[in-house]
Design a protein around this ligand. Structure first.
Ligand code: FAD
Ligand code: NAI
Length: 478
């Protein structure tokens, strides 16, 4: 098979599939190559990347199931609801998650057909460049060489593994195994108190596992605003997560009886954690090793990322772009999607722009943690004069009615101009509430703009308004 395309996208994750759709919308002849079949029963490469198959979507499905279980088991009583014995069928919970993933990957197949995008099933690697464009070798079901004038590399990332800790995804797992335990582990160990460790740790704790998290750094959630991280730590400990900070991981042994992790605690004492399963969630590394980038004169940086122009995602090879987890910046699906759109529009001659400062972050624990813009510690380090306003969900009628009154919203605004510099939330529906802050920051709004906008009552969004008012000590309900 030998075909020519205007745009070839390598990788069908959120960066790649969105880039392919946008490029097709703009009138280009587009193909998208994908090699990973994930758990496809027929072994066919599946669209959607890490996010749909072994990341955002399955983890959020399990988070939702485990939240329901915890709610019925422990929290409906205060509403006057009595239930009998509550049981969880973990196989059904996993089957529900798998069905959602299958539905969503099928949705992308539909979108590809609708937009006349050719799916190339197989591993793509560069061969070189001719006058017609870049030559790309496809190894797999659609084996052959294709030519493309423009190439968008969206090959994503995989879990970083620790030296001498082999991951079998049965006993010692990364995100892949941690999303499909065949039974609920009585004792679960987690290495790394980052986003995956806290989200998956929460899932399995809620459905009955005793969860111990071992974190190398002495500070909890260092990327978050300090006040939010402190509150989160307090709440997670209260929920029953055991979190040991400042540890040094030693030998890990796994056999039929379970997993034993030797480690040094923060005081330097030798300790061991015995558990039935272990999740290793210590960050992710870019997928750049098998692209044969050298054939087109490209080199990766010391951490394996593809160097790009910060504004255009262009690599050093003309017509070759890279987006998503394979390049600098946060490893987030919505960041990858926005870069995919940006690159497609740049190829079409448009002048799109991404403000990376306005990309929101969400950690889907309960309560959720969400933020956009700068933290207090970043503002202090940069010597920027700011004012902070904070308002608790405990003073909000809707949150109390929902029995979800943990947490608060914090607004940070420029001391002189009142421009919003950062918004930080720990509380119910933080993932949705943060969107208001992202919109406000994109429009360079002031805290007073939010404070003057009518918010529905009773709603959680009133906490946003009150926190904005609080930057001028004008909160009305506190
Ligand atoms: P990926 O989604 O990794 O997709 C890249 C694709 O390229 C893969 O399918 C891969 O098989 C394919 N590929 C690689 N090399 C080749 C090749 N040579 N030829 C053909 N195909 C190739 N982010 C959020 O924003 N919100 C969340 O809630 C969230 N939850 C997450 C939960 C977990 C457990 C994990 C692991 C991640 C989560 N993320 C979340 C991060 C998110 O999944 C990634 O940021 C996002 O998937 C990156 O998109 P991408 O398109 O760059 O790469
Ligand atoms: P992470 O970077 O969020 O956290 C890794 C944690 O492991 C850090 O706290 C780090 O200090 C710790 N660590 C590293 N090496 C260690 C060691 N040797 N011993 C003990 N601790 C060690 O990485 P994680 O959780 O693997 O997630 C990867 C990425 O995936 C995230 O950074 C995020 O970009 C993305 N993601 C996003 C989600 C979301 O948006 N809700 C959900 C899940 C993942």
């Amino acid at each position: 098979m030998s075909q020519a395309f205007d745009v070839l996208v390598i990788g069908a994750g959120p960066g790649g599939y969105i880039a392919a759709i946008r490029a097709a919308q703009l009138g280009f002849k587009v193909a998208c190559a994908e090699s990973n079949s994930y758990d496809d029963p027929k072994g066919e490469p599946r669209l959607g990347g890490t996010c749909l198959n072994v990341g955002c979507i399955p983890s959020k499905a399990l988070l939702a199931s485990s939240e329901e279980f915890e709610k019925v088991s422990h929290h409906v009583a205060e509403h006057g609801i009595t239930v009998g014995s509550v049981k969880l069928d973990s196989n059904k919970m996993l089957a529900r998650k798998d069905a959602i993933v299958t539905k969503m990957t099928a949705g992308i197949q539909f979108l590809f057909r609708k937009n006349k995008i050719t799916t190339l099933k197989g591993h793509a690697s560069f061969v070189g460049k001719t006058a017609d464009g870049y030559q790309i070798q496809i190894d797999g079901k659609d084996a052959g060489t294709v030519t493309a004038k423009n190439v968008i590399i969206a090959t994503g990332s995989k879990a970083r593994h620790l030296p001498n800790i082999p991951v079998d995804n049965v006993l010692v797992c990364d995100n892949i195994g941690g999303l499909k335990f065949d039974s609920i582990p009585k004792r679960l160990g987690v290495i790394g108190a980052g986003v995956i460790g806290l989200e998956l740790g929460s899932v399995w704790r809620r459905v009955g596992s005793e969860v111990t998290v071992l974190e190398g750094l002495p500070t909890f959630l260092g990327a978050c605003d300090e006040g939010i991280a402190k509150e989160a730590h307090k709440i997670f400990l209260k929920q029953g997560l055991k979190i040991n900070m400042g540890v040094k991981i030693g030998e890990v042994k796994a056999d039929k009886k379970g997993v034993v992790v030797q480690y040094q605690d923060a005081e330097g004492k030798a300790q061991k954690l015995e558990c039935d399963r272990l999740i290793v969630s210590v960050g992710r590394v870019p997928n750049t090793d098998k692209l044969n980038l050298e054939s087109i004169g490209l080199k990766v940086d010391e951490r394996g990322f593809i160097p790009i122009d910060d504004h255009t995602c262009a690599t050093a090879a003309p017509g070759v772009y890279a987006v998503g987890d394979v390049v600098r910046g946060p490893m987030l699906a919505h960041k990858a999607e926005d870069e995919g759109v940006l690159v497609a529009e740049i190829i079409a001659g448009q002048k799109p722009h991404i403000d990376y400062n306005c990309i929101p972050w969400v950690i889907y624990t309960d309560p959720e943690i969400a933020w956009v813009g700068k933290t207090e510690q970043q503002l202090k380090a940069a010597g920027i004069a700011y004012k902070a306003g904070q308002f608790p969900f405990a003073a909000n009628g809707r949150a109390l009615g929902m029995a979800r009154a943990d947490g608060f919203v914090k607004f940070l605004a420029d001391a002189k101009t009142d421009e919003i510099l950062g918004v930080h939330i720990i509380g119910p529906n933080a993932s949705d509430l943060i969107a208001e802050a992202a919109v406000a920051m994109e429009f360079k709004a002031a805290a007073e703009d939010i404070a003057r906008i009518c918010h529905p009552h009773p709603s959680l969004s009133e906490v946003m308004r009150e926190a904005a008012l609080a930057t001028d000590q004008r909160a009305l309900n506190m």
